[in-house]
Design a protein around this ligand. Structure first.
Ligand SMILES: *[C@@H]1O[C@H](CO)[C@@H](O)[C@H](O)[C@H]1NC(C)=O
Ligand SMILES: *[C@@H]1O[C@H](CO)[C@@H](O)[C@H](O)[C@H]1NC(C)=O
Ligand SMILES: *[C@@H]1O[C@H](CO)[C@@H](O)[C@H](O)[C@H]1NC(C)=O
Ligand SMILES: *[C@@H]1O[C@H](CO)[C@@H](O)[C@H](O)[C@H]1NC(C)=O
Ligand SMILES: *[C@@H]1O[C@H](CO)[C@@H](O)[C@H](O)[C@H]1NC(C)=O
Length: 352
């Protein structure tokens, strides 16, 4: 799909002109997919990296801002594990736990100035992620304390969506944050309850925001289809009950940086691999529509990039990976994916 397109453009520039014209109908064809959203490609930024990327109001990060201006239309940010501490004087206090990962701090506290990051890129819209993974008293206190700060920080035309919980399908498997018998309906009950707690706090601090039709979440932000919670069952169990989900968000990677057998030729610069990676999403999208579970709710990839686990040197930060980014995003556009959010973090190994 991509190759003829590039050759066509090359031939036009070369003015040699033996390329054949492609006829495009003025009408939308009957078999066309869903329209993409504006913006289509955007960013997902690791929660702990946002202060690095955006900095604060006294010293906004001009470099990021210029890049975003060049790219035209940004948005982003993702959650979990962070607790709020009103006494922290910096935006973030992150402690690395190298036995778990050296890529981002595992223990995270944020201070009031964390939210200044939401004001440093004029024109950017942000989705703020709330912590669902931790269910301690401290985590509940953080939820109630940060909701007013987040809504005030996002009351300047810079609000995109809320997000509550990052990859909760991993909670009972990889993260051991919930017991093995935690089901889709348990997740839904917790999500509905905590989203109402957030709403009550926001209603007090930012009353105009909760009555605005734009007050919506992206959810369920699952890592996949078979990690512990099934997305169809989750929607059937009433995730959308409060009509406050604006986008059905799933995450996607082509593979994992540390999986054996991942190569540039087979995993990224390979259109068949891209098609295979999308099959489960198109299938889920069809199943949800057939069951009437996501009427008027666009399907997005709320976090995606080439290789999970922050990428792999010489693979996901190479020119070939940048070409993958073009092919993957164009293919998503053809498959009724409304938006992609390319994941980034400080020193991550991505070329796109
Ligand atoms: C804002 O960023 C500057 C530069 O990184 C730093 O010196 C200053 O302490 C920061 N202010 C806050 C409130 O974090
Ligand atoms: C930052 O977090 C670490 C570990 O959680 C803690 O030991 C340290 O006191 C914190 N520093 C500040 C300034 O809060
Ligand atoms: C979360 O905490 C609340 C309050 O302590 C408790 O009622 C609930 O059962 C907990 N949920 C899970 C899934 O552990
Ligand atoms: C689920 O597992 C937890 C912890 O292992 C246990 O305390 C609880 O009784 C179980 N719940 C059900 C409904 O089986
Ligand atoms: C498509 O979705 C249905 C319903 O969830 C499921 O039973 C089936 O296995 C899926 N097929 C593929 C190819 O993912």
């Amino acid at each position: 799909m991509l190759v003829p397109l590039l050759i066509g453009v090359g031939a036009a520039f070369g003015a040699v002109s033996n390329s054949s014209a492609v006829m495009v109908s003025k009408e939308v064809p009957q078999n066309a997919g869903a329209a993409i959203l504006a913006p289509f490609v955007s960013f997902s930024i690791e929660f702990s990296s946002l202060p690095d990327f955006a900095e604060n109001t006294s010293k906004p990060n001009q470099f990021s801002n210029q890049i975003l201006d060049n790219l035209a239309n940004p948005q982003g940010v993702k959650p979990d594990r962070a607790l709020y501490d009103p006494n922290i004087k910096t935006q973030i206090n992150g402690t690395f736990v190298p036995s778990i990962t050296e890529d981002f701090p595992w223990i995270i506290s944020i201070g009031p100035s964390y939210f200044e990051a939401d004001s440093t890129w004029p024109g950017a819209k942000f989705s703020h992620g709330f912590n669902l993974g931790e269910n301690t008293t401290a985590a509940m206190d953080s939820l109630t304390a940060t909701a007013p700060l987040a809504c005030k920080a996002l009351s300047h035309g810079n609000f995109a969506h809320w997000d509550l919980g990052n990859e909760p399908d991993f909670y009972k498997t990889m993260l051991a944050a919930r017991p093995a018998n935690w089901t889709e309906s348990d997740y839904v009950a917790e999500w509905l309850s905590k989203s109402q707690i957030v709403k009550r706090q926001i209603a007090k601090a930012c009353p105009d925001m909760v009555t605005n039709p734009a007050y919506k979440y992206i959810a369920p932000s699952f890592a996949g289809f078979t990690y512990g919670l099934d997305p169809v069952t989750t929607w059937e169990d009433g995730l959308g009950k409060n009509k406050d989900i604006g986008m059905n968000s799933m995450h996607n990677y082509m593979g994992s940086a540390d999986s054996p057998g991942v190569t540039l030729a087979h995993t990224l610069m390979n259109h068949a691999a891209i098609v295979l990676s999308m099959v489960k999403h198109t299938n889920l999208s069809h199943t949800l529509s057939e069951k009437g579970l996501n009427k008027d709710i666009p399907y997005i990839l709320g976090e995606m990039n080439s290789l999970a686990h922050q990428g792999q040197p010489r693979l996901s930060n190479s020119f070939g990976a940048a070409l993958w980014g073009v092919d993957f995003n164009l293919y998503c556009a053809s498959q009724s994916i409304g938006r992609t959010r390319m994941h980034q973090g400080t020193d991550y190994r991505y070329a796109s």
